[in-house]
Design a protein around this ligand. Structure first.
Ligand code: SF4
Ligand code: SF4
Length: 407
């Protein structure tokens, strides 16, 4: 077990620069219906990286960290599919490890998502312990890209091994969510909102994500790209899209880069990939990544609708122009009153408390002077009532027949 103590823990982050190619394995996996098929595909995937024994030793406590953003049915492609989690539990047990399945959704409790997402069934059937990542511990991150300290879940630090089981999805704020973004789940619950608030610019937010990624390092990253999510409304309300792949590697930044290339997102357009590569936290350049198994050319997804970056251009402006022009140029969330059921989930999720109710009006509004475009409202809304209103910049780019982040 990694040495941990109480508050003020020193985190030994690697600062070494990448000096060799990363390896990322890609295998086909048609669907989730046959759990044996998924298990065999997963085993074949991990065997290309040296087998599960390379990542898990006998007796080690292994935290399997799926993407459990919300308590949605697995068919909605919001969460890592239970068949993939089940396959990983079996592999961990074969290696003699002790599997735990854990996450920490932002708004709702882990207890309320574990049933609907299929995790309870997996844990009972295959023998794993479910654990909410809820206990905050303050750790030092001396080699952080932007953070000096972080609050992460003790349950994640207490594991001997972390295996990240991400889901390939578009994201209205960060363009893409995969391996690196999935590790944000080790920050307990609503504390995530605090980080959003402190890092309103997407590049700074990405740097914070990279610090979390390095502070709780996963030994293995496996991405569920069988059914993915496409479109502007990812990661919660986009459309499920079949890609039919499992992707894995020990370098999450390289896994993200390959996944992006497969679905037509320029890896450099994803801030965590671009900055993570530049900062030596992983390999984000395709030419420095060896793809094992399927060839990239053979598995490229066609017609995958990417998310046009929400802030993009305005994010790179100096502070005074940033605030002024962001409202005019960049995309913004809008609560659709006809669909909104006034459940107030977005209200609780909004880091700067930009969502409000006007007296006498039975609907919610957004104060755009406060809104930091984090899209936590879109991510948390259980009724798909948050729309994205395109800014002028996106409209212009669309007219020119291109958009940020495309190939
Ligand atoms: S979370 Fe969705 S349904 Fe609930 S109040 Fe917000 S917009 Fe309305
Ligand atoms: S309104 Fe939505 S996008 Fe704006 S700050 Fe609140 S949660 Fe973030």
């Amino acid at each position: 077990m990694r040495a941990r103590g109480s508050g003020g823990i020193f985190c030994p982050m690697s600062s070494s620069r990448h000096d060799k190619q990363a390896e990322v394995a890609v295998v086909k996996c048609g669907d989730y219906s046959d759990v044996e098929d998924v298990y065999r595909s997963l085993k074949s995937l991990v065997s290309r990286l040296g087998g599960i024994q390379r990542f898990v030793k006998r007796g080690e406590r292994v935290l399997i960290k799926p993407n459990l953003l919300a308590g949605d049915h697995p068919d909605k492609a919001v969460t890592t599919h239970p068949s993939v989690v089940a396959g990983m539990v079996r592999l961990v047990k074969e290696a003699g490890g002790v599997p735990y399945i854990g996450d920490s959704p932002c708004i709702v409790k882990f207890e309320s998502v574990r049933g609907p997402t299929g995790m309870v069934e997996v844990a009972e059937k295959y023998g794993a312990t479910l654990v909410g990542l809820t206990s905050p511990v303050d750790i030092a991150v001396p080699n952080g890209v932007i953070m000096k300290r972080l609050i992460v879940a003790r349950e994640a630090l207490d594991a001997d091994v972390v295996i990240c089981l991400s889901k390939l999805k578009t994201h209205g704020y960060t363009a893409f969510t995969g391996a690196v973004k999935n590790m944000f789940g080790v920050v307990p619950g609503l504390l995530k909102s605090d980080y959003h608030l402190r890092m309103p610019r997407v590049d700074d937010f990405a740097k914070m994500l990279l610090d979390v990624y390095a502070a709780v390092p996963a030994r293995l990253h496996v991405m569920d790209a069988v059914w993915t999510m496409e479109g502007q409304k990812g990661p919660r309300a986009g459309r499920p899209k079949h890609v039919g792949l499992l992707i894995a590697g020990s370098d999450g930044i390289a896994v993200d880069a390959v996944a992006c290339a497969i679905v037509g997102i320029e890896p450099d357009s994803v801030p965590t990939t671009r900055i993570g590569h530049a900062e030596g936290k992983g390999v984000g350049k395709l030419q420095e990544i060896e793809v094992l198994g399927e060839s990239l050319e053979g598995v490229r997804a066609t017609d995958f609708e990417i998310a046009r970056k929400a802030v993009g251009f305005a994010d790179r402006l100096p502070p005074f122009l940033f605030q002024l022009l962001r409202n005019r140029l960049s995309n913004k969330p809008r609560i659709e009153p006809k669909t909104c059921r006034l459940c107030m989930t977005c209200f609780k999720a909004c880091p700067p408390q930009a969502i409000y109710c006007r007296e006498g009006k039975k609907r919610l509004f957004i104060d755009y002077s406060k809104c930091i475009r984090c899209y936590c409202c879109l991510e948390s809304c259980p009724h798909d009532a948050v729309e994205i209103k395109e800014g002028l910049f996106t409209k212009l780019r669309r007219r020119r027949g291109s958009s940020e982040g495309t190939k």
